[in-house]
Design a protein around this ligand. Sequence first.
Ligand code: CS2
Ligand code: MN
Length: 395
Amino acid sequence: MIPDLEQTFRWFGPNDPVTLQAIKQTGATGIVSALHHVPCGNVWSIEEIEIRKETIEKAGFRWSVVESVNIHESIKIGLPERDTYIDNYKQTLENLAACGITTVCYNFMPVLDWTRTHLDYRLSNGASALRYHAPALAAFDLYILQREGALTDFSADEQLAARQYLDSLTQPDIELLTNTILAGLPGTDEVFTIPEFKVYLEKYAQVNQQTLKENLAYFLQHIIPVAEETGIRMCIHPDDPPIPVLGLPRVVCTEQDLVDVVNAYPSPSNGITLCTGSLGANALNDIPGIIERIGAHIHFLHLRNVRRELDGSFYEDEHLTGSTDMYAVMKAVVNEQIKRKSTGRSDLSIPMRPDHGHKILDDYNYDTYPGYSVIGRLKGLAELRGLELGVKRSL
Ligand code: CS2
Ligand code: MN
């Protein structure tokens, strides 16, 4: 018997409009959470971790995964103070392990976390989805942010499409687009202003793709030994979208990038979060193939779908109907579980979450974090659960 994947749901903590009681009804048994109120770079104290853990357990869940312990910008930029922040990070890992929480997701995206241009893109059935519209991003970059050097990042056709898009916007549309693109980390209400964002861009002026990769390797070489000692499994989340955005380098976009992460410090504690939504925005990423080849390193699964459009745009589609063949993905995941079983590994029940969901039905009555509606995610989770059951029963 191959055990089921562990069904999890992200919960942003006591301020999340989606309650643990509501999540209970989705059928999820695990919670994915983080101490969003602790400023990035500070140590998470045992006391604070215990409080969150107790809240989650009292509601009848396990705190399955931490997503994320965010990485201080000085580590990504490679500043001298990075060593202090790496020490803090190690301490946080030791504290989490002391509380019995051992799967830790993180990402290595400069400044911004995921990037979208529209948070309320209406589909024909009335559902609301997140969208990345390439001409809108280009219009922002070229004409609103007016980033130095942006011109060279876009072809003549792309510049024209961006200009036409900009001309269709009203002033309030421009403000909405700006606030959408410059939204900060998930779980915070922080939105960068254009001048603040430009200061960050300045800090990254010397950081290209290669330096960022080296800085990631440096981080791993210092963190993973501590993760190993304490039994923590680190799992990096791919960049979303998996392309350089606003002139900032990105280094976790492709299979080769993931292989480079794993090779930077080979260890069972140095793994990946396989996010089909993020990787799936690039048609060149063969996700079932990635699972087949490097699935041994997966510690956490985000199973959502995107619908790719011709110009590099995409929107978040229903979990089973986007551009990624979710059936093929699930089959590859089940095969990975079978491989693990045959090699005597105990981590067969990989934690999985539906990641994001559409806003549907009663979701419109709650002001949840973008993409983190309850009914939309419940629908995604239920579809994935059915798919998993079908794949397993047909074996
Ligand atoms: C999400 C992210 O974009 C995604 O796929 O899972 O919002 C996630 O919160 C962070 O980028 C990394 O964990
Ligand atoms: Mn994800």
